[in-house]
Design a protein around this ligand. Structure first.
Ligand code: PGA
Length: 307
């Protein structure tokens, strides 16, 4: 077997197939037809001398040889990506690119920081993707972005995560709610109120459920909504209460549209993290943005504390 006959194109097609696990999906990503994907993979398999994929039922699986080739593809394309970054670094920070995936809840403040960062570095091309925690973790798994901003990084040795700002989760209700103004509400009492929950896969939802579970409670979920904005409207419409990141309700608390409930055990004191896979070579733009997040958060925390 001489792997010298394998082309970079064939490896790229196979890598994409290995990541997405479907010929149709790989074809979409690569803007090819499914038969074109199959031909490239077949030619690579001929060079290797062994099948790389096998169809079992409806699902496509990598063979043992396929898994070894897929691992090599990650190394090769990871190296090519870092080569691009090293070359970009030679051109200086002003010509790089930056792709950031942020969780829905962080979209209340990260875009503003990204905007300020871009003003200082107008040459950097920026892409931002917003999704819930599960979606952001999937993007990290596929190595689709430079940095991932989230509220609770997974407990994995493969991921590095730096906290850069506090993230408080608080209970909120409509003004005039029976519990508004009450001191030290017990979680048990709170659990009797109809709860407006974020969708499954949301980090906020997970944190709220963990809060109730710590007291052996389950929230009485009245409604499940995929957006913080819709939840705020439902609370204002007296449909229930919720536990949300303070950053999402700052405006409504200030205007008196919503009120914060004084609940024992709340706020949940969490952090915002900038995370990425441990072995990822961060581009100069990504490193600069991470440092910028940390420095801005310090300034804002200091001014909030009046120091
Ligand atoms: P979410 O994440 O936007 O997916 O709810 C928020 C968090 O993890 O704190």
């Amino acid at each position: 077997m001489s792997l010298h006959h394998a082309t970079l194109r064939q490896l790229k097609v196979f890598d994409t197939l290995a990541i997405h696990g479907s010929v149709v999906r790989a074809a979409e990503v690569l803007h090819l037809t499914p038969p074109a994907v199959s031909i490239q993979v077949k030619q690579l398999a001929e060079t290797v001398g062994q099948p790389l994929v096998e169809q079992i039922g409806k699902r496509l699986h990598l063979t043992a040889h396929g898994r070894v080739v897929a691992r090599a593809c990650r190394d090769i394309f990871g190296r090519i990506e870092s080569l691009g970054q090293e070359l970009a670094a030679l051109h200086g920070l002003e010509s790089g690119s930056l792709s950031v995936a942020i969780i829905t809840t962080a979209s209340y403040f990260v875009p503003r920081l990204l905007g300020d960062f871009c003003e200082d570095h107008p040459g950097i091309a920026v892409a931002m993707h917003v999704g819930n925690r599960e979606t952001v973790l999937e993007r990290m798994e596929r190595n689709e972005d430079d940095l991932y901003i989230l509220g609770q990084p997974p407990d994995s040795a493969q991921i590095t995560a730096a906290p850069f700002a506090p993230n408080l989760l608080i209970a909120v209700a409509a003004p005039g709610h029976a519990l508004a103004g009450e001191a030290r509400i017990s979680p048990k009492r709170l659990a009797r109120e109809p709860f407006i929950a974020r969708e499954l896969g949301s980090g906020t939802r997970r944190a709220a459920e963990e809060f109730y579970a710590e007291s052996g409670l389950v929230p009485s979920i009245r409604m499940e909504l995929g957006s913080n904005e819709a939840i705020k409207q439902s609370i204002a419409g007296h449909l229930g209460i919720s536990i949300l990141s303070e950053s999402t309700v700052r405006g409504e608390l200030a205007s008196g549209e919503l009120v914060r409930l004084d609940v024992e055990g709340l706020p949940l004191r969490r952090q915002w993290y900038a995370a990425c896979p441990k072995n990822k070579m961060l581009s100069p733009a990504a490193k600069a943005f991470r440092a910028y997040l940390e420095s801005r958060a310090q300034v804002e925390t200091r001014s909030a504390n009046g120091t």
